[in-house]
Design a protein around this ligand. Structure first.
Ligand SMILES: [Zn+2]
Length: 72
């Protein structure tokens, strides 16, 4: 079953720079993709190779490991 994209929810980002997750909203994502935001943990912009990427919510009870693997 496909997991529908819910545009009303916050997004979880996983940063390869400082190895942490952080939660942002869609306005932040918009600015991020335009290079106007920096990672709150390490200050990288979206152009860096280790820049944060959208990831799943680890606390989401609807997810199990198999589904997470497919979603990623
Ligand atoms: Zn970072």
């Amino acid at each position: 079953m496909e997991r529908p994209i819910d545009f009303s929810r916050d997004r979880h980002m996983l940063c390869g720079g400082f190895g942490r997750r952080f939660v942002v909203d869609l306005d932040w994502i918009d600015r991020w993709e335009q290079g106007q935001e920096k990672c709150p943990g390490c200050g990288m912009t979206c152009e860096h190779e280790d820049a944060p990427q959208a990831t799943v919510d680890p606390a989401d009870p609807a997810l199990d490991n198999d589904r997470v693997t497919r979603l990623l």
